[in-house]
Ligand binder design. Structure first.
Ligand SMILES: CC(C)(COP(=O)(O)OP(=O)(O)OC[C@H]1O[C@@H](n2cnc3c(N)ncnc32)[C@H](O)[C@@H]1OP(=O)(O)O)[C@@H](O)C(=O)NCCC(=O)NCCS
Length: 211
């Protein structure tokens, strides 16, 4: 596996937000499957539509198996759990999947449960994915975002992404994989937040997994 010698993919670590929320970020494993099932049930219709485009009422066992068995190279996935409520399903998940085996481009998907949206966890998972992808030699992230999700599209543009196509339903954007805070060239407020989070992820101490 091609791995940048100076960057290791993040392991399990904890992160505290200014509002008091304590989050554990961990590589997804099959042990997370019950959390995925429970979390999916809690996702609002709107969030499901934004993330999965069509509506899926339940995850099939095949989907669940796929979502919880990332290999760390073709498919990278991290879960965010609430340290203050470890029995709850969790907060969200971020993943990226290479377009094909040898590609340096991966498609990103982020999902945060509705109760936790807007508190910074999506950007933390996003920073974690950048760091992990950088460590395994990925160069570009691709995002297919529902055209109605204007807020998130604006956010990606503010991070420095460029729009590469748009049809009625989907806007496609691309952003170079950012391994470190100083690689962030945009100077918007979200980009500066990403910069700080990338540095925090790179410097994070390993934590004992919640489960
Ligand atoms: C989009 C999403 C992943 C962002 O995660 P989050 O933890 O809520 O976001 P953060 O607090 O880290 O903020 C990052 C950006 O997310 C967007 N965001 C935040 N809260 C949001 C909400 N309630 N609804 C939609 N977008 C939201 C904003 O664009 C925000 O950027 P800004 O502060 O520059 O405006 C999350 O809201 C979500 O899962 N939404 C449903 C699924 C989805 O839209 N996925 C994106 C397609 S890959």
């Amino acid at each position: 596996m091609f791995q940048r010698w100076f960057a290791k993919p993040p392991g399990t670590f904890n992160h505290s937000f200014a509002d008091g929320l304590q989050v554990q970020v961990a590589p997804v494993t099959p042990a997370h499957a019950p959390r995925f099932e429970a979390g999916y049930q809690r996702l609002s219709e709107q969030s499901r539509r934004m993330r999965f485009f069509g509506q899926v009422s339940n995850l099939s066992s095949r989907q669940l198996e796929f979502l919880t068995r990332p290999d760390g190279r073709l498919h990278i996935a991290y879960a965010a759990l609430d340290v203050g409520a470890p029995q709850e399903p969790g907060i969200g998940v971020g993943r990226c999947i290479r377009l094909d085996r040898d590609s340096r481009i991966a498609e990103v998907a982020l999902t945060i449960l509705d109760d936790y949206q807007g508190r910074g966890v999506g950007l933390l998972l996003h920073a974690t994915l950048h760091r992990a992808a950088y460590a395994v030699g990925l160069q570009q992230f691709l995002y297919d975002v529902a055209a109605e999700n204007e807020r998130f599209i604006r956010h990606l543009l503010a991070l420095g992404a460029r729009q590469v196509s748009r049809d009625r339903d989907v806007v496609r954007l691309m952003l170079p994989v950012l391994g470190r805070g100083d690689a962030v060239s945009a100077r918007t407020a979200p980009a500066l937040r990403l910069r700080r989070l990338l540095d925090a992820v790179a410097a994070a101490e390993p934590a004992r997994p919640l489960s």
